[in-house]
Ligand binder design. Structure first.
Ligand code: BMA
Length: 372
């Protein structure tokens, strides 16, 4: 009896172990991107991460000094989220539209990933139909802001610049494929192409293409990159706000194409700072209320993909404008735009020595605001 019992017993244990192993092993669909999505979902329950564009590249008074960050110097911690821009990668440039070397972008993405931080990429590509003949011409010729019409149509299948689009995407792909961690695994990222698409200041804007063309462009971008093996991206759709729910969804590429719902909303100081602040808060609240509704209906996470007040003339902007306006909304992160070193007054983040840095430090200490 005993040997038989032991055999049955052992078989049972082996079977049970196999079942447990199968349950614990990541499912096939657990790509780096999906793991990032799960991570964002659980981090969102702890609060809203703070993000800053080009954070480790330069600040108002410095550039390219390893380890430096205006946010770190203002509050003692790096932002949880860092944003970088791919504009220029499509034409094979070695630096992006703000002169940041792509090699440096790669290194900083790897470094931030190593720290446990999260990276988001925007893309301000050149205008495909004017790009070649306007290299070196005065801004905005040939840039994202060159709204010479017909660009989107020309990039779609059958269009005169479709082949160019495929080449552009292959260059984006090559750069993304080079973003690997210390073990050689792809680093997961939030990719946010074709942003601010309801306004008409970029060549993919509302008046420059039809809704169907816009959706086709977004879909083509995702499908082409995935066909070429890119699996490490979460795709963020980020129209400029505030806009109505109907407008937001009018160019929404689809639940199978978008992973995260974003919006870009800025405060504009037209001389009356109080009025501008009040309007900004109302705009944010309206848009985030709308986004919360859409995110529930479409089961998507949401973020405030870009925000800020240029030059931050309001000494309490962080604690009295941004913080109360986002409080209570389930956003994964809020990202403020870059602290330019080459354009005086063009900064959106805090920096040490600027009076507003102390207010940022108070903001960063709020329990719902998450730094690295
Ligand atoms: C804009 C400005 C520009 C910059 C662009 C892309 O908002 O900051 O100076 O070139 O973003 O980063």
């Amino acid at each position: 009896m005993r040997p038989l019992f032991s055999f049955v017993h052992k078989s049972y244990i082996v079977l049970l172990s196999l079942v447990l192993l199968a349950a614990c092993r990541p499912a096939k669909e657990d790509t780096a991107a999906q793991l990032l999505l799960q991570r964002l979902d659980s981090l969102q329950k702890q609060g809203c991460m703070f993000g800053h564009q080009d954070d480790p590249m330069y600040g108002v008074h410095w550039q390219y000094e390893a380890g430096r960050s205006d946010v770190l110097e203002s509050c003692g911690d790096y932002p949880a989220v860092m944003g970088f821009d791919l504009g220029g990668i499509e034409i094979g440039a070695s630096r992006n539209l703000d002169s940041v070397p792509f090699d440096r972008i790669r290194t900083e993405i790897q470094e931030h990933h190593r720290r446990g931080g999260i990276v988001t990429l925007s893309w301000h590509p050149r205008n495909p139909i004017t790009s070649d003949e306007t290299i070196g011409a005065p801004w905005p010729a040939g840039t994202s802001w060159d709204v010479t019409s017909g660009a989107v149509a020309s990039l779609l299948p059958g269009g005169a610049e479709h082949q160019r689009m495929l080449v552009w995407l292959s260059r984006v792909r090559d750069f993304l494929a080079s973003l690997t961690d210390d073990q050689g695994n792809p680093i997961p990222l939030i990719f946010r192409p074709w942003h601010e698409n309801i306004g008409s200041w970029f060549w993919w804007g509302g008046n420059l293409c039809s809704a169907e063309q816009y959706k086709a462009l977004f879909r083509l971008t995702r499908e082409r990159l995935e066909e070429k093996g890119v699996e490490n991206l979460l795709w963020c759709y980020s129209p400029n706000g505030p806009i109505s729910k109907e407008d937001y969804l009018s160019r929404y590429p689809g639940d199978d194409i978008v992973d995260i719902l974003g919006t870009d909303i800025y405060e504009y100081n037209n001389g009356d700072l109080d009025a501008a602040g009040v309007a900004y808060m109302a705009n944010l609240k309206q848009m985030l209320t709308t986004l919360t509704e859409i995110s529930k209906e479409h089961t998507k996470l949401m973020c405030l993909s870009e925000t800020g007040l240029e030059g931050i003339p309001d000494p309490h902007w962080w604690t009295e404008r941004l913080y109360p306006a986002i409080q209570g909304f389930p956003i994964c992160y809020v990202l403020t735009w870059r602290n330019a070193h080459d354009r005086p007054g063009h900064f959106y983040g805090p920096w040490k020595g600027f009076e507003n840095a102390e207010d940022f430090r108070l903001f960063s200490e709020k329990k719902e605001i998450v730094l690295l």
